[in-house]
Ligand binder design. Structure first.
Ligand code: L34
Length: 300
């Protein structure tokens, strides 16, 4: 049987409509317009495109957003100063610093500078710590999107063996932490594989649910996947394609055509996890705005 194609775009649209409802309620009941800022340092074309997508999604959901685009040469001190200013702005409920950052800026220091209650990326040590301690607040968007996508497509992770390939701070690590939470929609058994794993294919073949988050095009081949596995492809790699007017096309970390022959279900790239990341960001933003304005009634 051909694999079920899990439509991330459609699931994301569902979530975005739910967020738009919550935004409407915030405006009616508290007179609050949720708003967030995107900080973009340098001119990485992929980052520019993702941030543009996030801004458009905000607009559609009724969330205010502004993008602050800083030059590649920005110093860490300048970035931290901007973050401090946005932390102090009462009209702003969320902010993200799009990654990667140029080498002169330390990623850990930048994410730690954001006020935890405005950390809609869920990357501040406070939010990461809460997640690991089993008291999660704002969750990192991509891993939260992966789990939401599993639940809404009829493949809840509860009691299943999830094998994650990749231990990044943005995806692999927090995904493992979300999946081991003691609650419905999590409760998974997790294996976390990485570049030093011996015999990756052995582990990947044990998976009920296999998550590819290595950042390498077509790293997961058909021989690494057991029949009936649910495959989530987090990878998003630009490969040269002279037949396209952009000169490139997007491929995931999974050899889609070959793996789709064996998988029970699989996510496409594009149109899989990417749109879910954006939807979960909006979920975090409305949540942060609700919490930050909990005392406000009737608006002003
Ligand atoms: N701080 N940095 C921070 N937070 C994040 O959550 C991210 N991420 C990752 C990179 N850096 C970050 C994103 O926003 C990856 N990412 C992201 C967001 C959106 C999409 C892909 C990655 C996305 O919308 N992908 C579309 C295609 C977009 C295109 O055509 O370029 C898709 O269908 O997959």
């Amino acid at each position: 049987m051909p694999a079920q194609i899990i439509d991330g775009k459609a699931i994301a649209a569902e979530i975005r409509a739910e967020v738009a409802d919550r935004v409407r309620r915030l405006k009616e009941e508290r007179g609050v317009m949720p708003a967030q800022a995107f900080i973009l340092v340098g001119d990485n074309p992929a980052s520019i495109s993702y941030v543009r997508g996030k801004g458009n999604a905000c607009e559609e959901a009724g969330i205010g957003s502004q993008t602050i685009h800083l030059p590649e040469s920005t110093s860490e001190a300048e970035l931290l100063e901007l973050i401090a200013k946005l932390n102090a702005d009462p009209k702003l409920h969320g902010m993200i610093v799009q990654l990667p950052l140029p080498p002169q800026i330390d990623e850990q220091r930048a994410t730690a500078a954001i006020a935890p209650e405005k950390d809609v990326d869920g990357l501040h040590p406070m939010n990461v710590g809460r997640l690991f301690k089993g008291d999660p607040y704002l969750l990192p968007c991509t891993p939260a999107g992966v789990v939401e996508m599993l639940i809404r497509s009829g493949h809840p992770p509860d009691g299943r063996h999830v094998v994650i390939c990749g231990r990044s701070n943005l995806v692999g690590r927090p995904l493992a932490a979300i999946l081991i939470q003691k609650r419905a929609g999590a409760n998974a058994t997790v294996t976390l594989c990485h570049t030093r794993t011996k015999d990756l294919a052995y582990h990947s073949r044990q998976a009920d649910i296999l998550v590819a988050a290595m950042g390498r095009a077509k790293a997961i081949t058909a021989d690494m996947v057991r029949e009936g596995t649910v495959v989530i492809d987090v990878g998003i790699n630009r490969v040269e394609d002279t037949s396209r007017k952009t000169g490139y096309r997007l491929v995931g970390d999974v050899d889609f055509e070959a793996v789709a022959e064996k998988a029970a279900a699989i996510t496409p790239v594009p149109g899989g996890v990417g749109p879910m990341t954006v939807a979960m960001l909006l979920t975090n933003t409305v949540k942060a705005a609700e919490a930050l304005t909990a005392g406000e009634i009737g608006g002003k």
